[in-house]
Design a binder for this molecule. Structure first.
Ligand SMILES: Cc1cc2nc3c(=O)[nH]c(=O)nc-3n(C[C@H](O)[C@H](O)[C@H](O)COP(=O)(O)O)c2cc1C
Length: 371
């Protein structure tokens, strides 16, 4: 055992925590959930090539350490769209959240509040924006919306988010229809629609399912950037475009007024065959050229991945399945433990890289591996 091993042991094995690694949390989630719910959470679209590519992309980057420099306790603090964060991590909008734990995004929000992480709260959530906000009044929150269906509905959601103290909006632009998810088809997966209509129940709609269904009415044309820009023109909140994979689309989002770009392929759940999000990050960062903040999701599974994404130009990362695993494994405590383990690993990586904090991460910290 090296002195580093002993330090790690003192921090983690001695802590008496139920979960010492993120993998243990994934295992606990898999053991807890019914098989079809696990498939819904873990699965991707098509033959899941994009789901795999998201992970493989991280493996193609190696670190370039700098020894005899940095800080023993590097800073992970940062900010994003006006929100202070204890580390450059937000939780993704994952809908149908009550499938994983009855408290769903309310438990995620409480964990985030305690750990200084921001929530992106889904439109297709099991609880409403107001209910999630009430669960964690001091937490930083971003409301996720679909630019689909009737514009009145879209504007009403923006008004509700502003009214109950959300800090920003996240507009998911890569979901004009759900992906071709074969695990769900094979499982005949048909959960109770109530798990995705929390927002419409709360709005007092007599038929929350019907209102939600209008979003995905495929007889209606897909929204254009112009229409989206118009619908957001008088929004009191800044917005982030979620689901961007090319410089050209990033350019369109910035032209439409986006304050942030979330480079994402929806965790491999939408267009199978789409490139890994990490591989597209440098192109998007170049196109944005400092005019908007840049976030990345799809494939983040550990603290070292956060460091690689930041080195390649992301300001923050967003975690989907990791947060959902924590939720399924142990509710609020499980999500908190996910954050603690990411932060601890990220700190270790920063120290070993010889960087004093996340703000010192740039492309000099990584190199594409030769093979
Ligand atoms: C169970 C589940 C439900 C999701 N629901 C939504 C959603 O309602 N809206 C959305 O924009 N993205 C949704 N996503 C995608 C996530 O926001 C995020 O892009 C993705 O999970 C990131 O990849 P990762 O899981 O590898 O971290 C969902 C993801 C999962 C796993």
């Amino acid at each position: 055992m090296t002195s580093g091993d002993i330090a790690a042991a003192a921090t983690f094995y001695g802590s008496g925590e139920r979960f010492a690694t993120l993998d243990e949390i994934v295992d606990a989630a898999r053991e807890t959930l019914p098989a079809d719910v696990w498939d819904f959470l873990a699965g991707g679209a098509g033959d899941e090539s994009t789901l795999r590519a998201n992970r493989e992309a991280f493996g193609r980057w190696t670190f370039v350490p700098r020894v005899m420099s940095g800080a023993d306790v590097p800073s992970t603090r940062t900010s994003f769209l006006g929100v202070d964060l204890s580390m450059p991590v937000l939780t993704a909008p994952f809908g149908a959240d009550a499938l994983f734990h009855p408290e769903g995004q309310r438990a995620v929000a409480r964990a985030n509040e305690a750990e200084g992480v921001a929530s992106i709260v889904p439109e297709a959530g099991s609880h409403s924006l107001e209910e999630v906000r009430a669960a964690a009044p001091a937490a930083a929150m971003i409301a996720q919306l679909h630019p689909m269906g009737p514009e009145d509905n879209f504007r009403a959601m923006i008004a509700r988010a502003a009214e109950c103290g959300y800090h920003a909006l996240c507009v998911t632009v890569d979901c004009p229809t759900g992906g071709w998810r074969e695990r769900n088809l094979r499982n005949r997966f048909a959960p109770d629609p109530a798990i995705i209509t929390g927002n419409y129940r709360a709005a007092g709609s007599p038929e929350p399912q019907a209102v939600f269904g209008q979003l995905f009415d495929r007889t209606e044309p897909v929204w254009s950037w112009d229409r989206l820009a118009g619908a957001l023109a008088d929004s009191p909140l800044p917005w982030l475009a979620k689901g961007i994979l090319t410089g050209a689309d990033a350019e369109s989002a910035v032209a439409a007024g986006a304050a942030g770009i979330l480079v994402s392929n929806h965790g491999g759940r939408q267009l199978d065959g789409a490139p890994a999000a990490l591989d597209q990050l440098p192109e998007v960062v170049r196109a944005v050229a400092g005019r908007a903040r840049v976030a990345l999701d799809s494939g983040i599974r550990r603290g070292a991945d956060v460091a690689k994404a930041l080195a390649l130009g992301a300001d923050v990362v967003v975690i989907g399945r990791l947060a959902a695993h924590g939720l399924a494994a142990a509710g609020e405590a499980g999500v908190r433990r996910v954050h603690q383990l990411i932060r601890a690993e990220l700190g270790t990586v920063l120290t070993l890289l010889g960087r004093g904090g996340v703000r010192e991460l740039d492309e000099s910290a990584v190199r594409r591996s030769p093979s």
